[in-house]
Design a protein around this ligand. Structure first.
Ligand SMILES: Nc1ncnc2c1ncn2[C@@H]1O[C@H](COP(=O)(O)OP(=O)(O)OP(=O)(O)O)[C@@H](O)[C@H]1O
Ligand SMILES: [Mg+2]
Length: 367
């Protein structure tokens, strides 16, 4: 095989980037089948609303991409949106009104309508075409609860009369749990909630082996075993490790145990910060502010010092600290003093006082 020929081959098929669909999707067949069945059910039941939750990199956005594809295959229209500020306006005035305009409705009338009115117009129209519209909403978060209320109310009004509207949302566990506990968002309690879990060892092996073989390489059986175990079945880690081991000796056909051992080391270097960040995403932004205030100390923090840094009362602070102690993030070293359970968290917070998803050029996030 000549070098020139080799260079045309995709030597690294893996996708260690958030939101990018993997070369081989594993471990989600049941969920995909369930979604497809719900589309075929024309009673317009509440099974038309689904929410995927789970930790960072577990594959939520990927699942949204998959259900969007399935919906299109069923002849449905798809509107794909992220729950950023203003998303209801965008859905109303751009997405739905564009959809109506392309079906011969005048844009001017349409743009004066509310989201609920627009959705009803669209769903009535699609019923006559025996089609439907799927709306997906990624990054469900508590900053947008007001908009989610309006969205949820209109959505659940559209469900009962016909089977032309489906909704699939995705978000991290903390905001999703808050959402489901919020009485004003009670509509969403009827949604099918799925917590995405790591995949099993055999699936992890398949996810590493098949794309490798598809790009005309091979991985030794024992090397494959080591690699799959090291990922613990986390989809993001499968992609990251696949990518790292593909780059160990890109010109060799066979990936060895040594390649995997060295790839795993690199993976651990990269995920140190990723794990800490995953822990922090389970807390609120205010909790992070408090932890950052603690992180300026080199050892345990005096609670009186934290109170004065944050300019808040001691009683209020004590309650807040109790909540973080209960969550296992900090502990009381002695009366009036607290410290981090994970020592690395202090160093990490000094460098990342805000979430890196808001910072450019983080190693584990492409944008
Ligand atoms: N079922 C799967 N099989 C193989 N790889 C997957 C699977 N699901 C996701 N991945 C890969 O894992 C990585 C993370 O996926 P994704 O971006 O969907 O996670 P997420 O849960 O949306 O993360 P975040 O919480 O940051 O939004 C991507 O590289 C993706 O290609
Ligand atoms: Mg995502």
């Amino acid at each position: 095989m000549s070098r020139v020929y080799r260079s045309y081959m995709p030597r690294d098929p893996f996708t260690p980037t958030f939101g990018v669909s993997p070369p081989l999707l594993i471990g989600r067949d049941d969920l995909i089948a369930e979604f497809a069945t719900s589309l075929a059910d024309d009673r317009g039941s509440s099974t038309r609303a689904t929410i995927y939750t789970g930790s960072r990199g577990i594959g939520k956005t990927t699942m949204l991409n998959v259900v969007e594809r399935v919906a299109r295959e069923h002849g449905w229209l798809v509107i794909s949106e992220t729950a950023y500020a203003g998303f209801v306006d965008w859905l109303t005035n751009i997405a739905l009104s564009g959809l109506l305009a392309s079906h011969g409705y005048s844009n001017t009338t349409a743009s004066t309508q509310s989201f609920g009115d627009q959705l009803k117009l669209v769903s009535d129209h699609l019923r006559s075409l025996h089609s439907g519209v799927l709306i997906t909403l990624d990054e469900l978060n508590d900053a947008q609860f007001d908009e989610l209320r309006e969205f949820g109310a209109a959505l659940y009004q559209a469900f009962p009369d016909n089977g032309t509207v489906a909704f699939v949302g995705a978000g991290l566990p903390r905001p999703v749990n808050l959402m489901l506990a919020d009485l004003a968002l009670a509509n969403f309690q009827q949604a099918d909630l799925h917590v995405l879990e790591p995949v099993d060892l055999d699936d992890a092996k398949r996810a590493l082996r098949v794309p490798t073989e598809d790009s005309a390489r091979e991985i030794e059986p024992l090397a494959l075993d080591d690699a799959a175990r090291a990922t613990e079945g986390y989809p993001f880690l499968i992609q990251l490790l696949g990518h790292l081991i593909s780059h160990e000796h890109p010109d060799e056909r066979v990936i060895t145990r040594d390649d995997v051992a060295s790839g795993v080391l690199k993976m651990h270097e990269r995920i140190g910060s990723w794990r800490l960040e995953s822990e922090l995403t389970e807390l609120s932004e205010n909790d992070r502010v408090l932890l950052v205030a603690m992180a300026t100390d080199h050892g345990p923090s005096k609670t009186s010092a934290i109170a004065s840094r944050l300019a808040i009362g001691q009683d209020y602070l004590d309650e807040w600290l109790a909540h973080l102690i209960e969550r296992g993030v900090i502990y009381q070293t002695r009366h009036g003093e607290v410290d981090f359970v994970q020592p690395l968290l202090r160093e990490y917070l000094r460098v990342h006082p805000v979430s890196p998803s808001l910072e450019p050029d983080t190693p584990w996030r492409s944008q």
